[in-house]
Design a protein around this ligand. Sequence first.
Ligand code: PXP
Length: 262
Amino acid sequence: MNDVQFPGKPRLGVNIDHVATLRNARGGLHPDPVDAARIAAEAGADGITAHLREDRRHILDLDIARLRKEIPLPLNFEMAATREMLDIALKVEPHACCLVPEKREEVTTEGGLDALAQQSHLKSCIATLSQAGIRVSLFIDPDPPQVEAAMEMEAPVVELHTGAYCEAVLSEGMESTAAEREFERLRISAKLAESLGLECHAGHGLNFDTARAVARIEAFIEFNIGHFLIGQSIFSGLPSVVERMHAALEDGRRFALTGGGP
Ligand code: PXP
């Protein structure tokens, strides 16, 4: 089984926001999220993701500039679709921008963008970033109308919010009806995105088990994972956690490629 080739080996983007959360708790320089990105790169991460929130609660402007300059991997810059963030993105020129909804009071990004409700605003942000050569993804819930709206706005990539699936697994178990329902939403939306020619990513709340399960859906080619990886690295070190996450993703994909299906 281990010699199955991976034509589409799942990519792992490591989100280092919460290294900055820990650093900022003391207001100093340690631990440095750029060091975390370097270690993740050496351990085989395919990309680095960082979210510059409007309130700068974790990642700071200088972190973004240093990630771009010092880390040889593609930078996926998560941002709200605001004028301030657009200006920063155009200056930094990351490989990709993932547009996310942002509410000041939320603990994390709680839901996907409402691409249907904000079509003209998002379309103009996508056009501005695309013209600058930046690959844009829209972070949306796994709902077919949202995927179709993303395609109409000419977003080349969608990232489907896996939070509801992960919550269902945590609260009711992997085999529960709720988890199966959420998995099905992901599967249907990912397949639709693929059929419309959109590149499809997954992210939010994933751990080894849920990442392995979601990787069975072949349409997902990239996984952006943060909180679990950084939290788990306290116990077993970031290189080992990155390697284990890659192994989990490949395990899920291998299952699909050898006929197991999602
Ligand atoms: N993808 C997007 C668009 C996100 O906003 C986040 C959270 O910052 C993640 C992925 C990573 O989520 P988590 O930290 O729960 O792994």
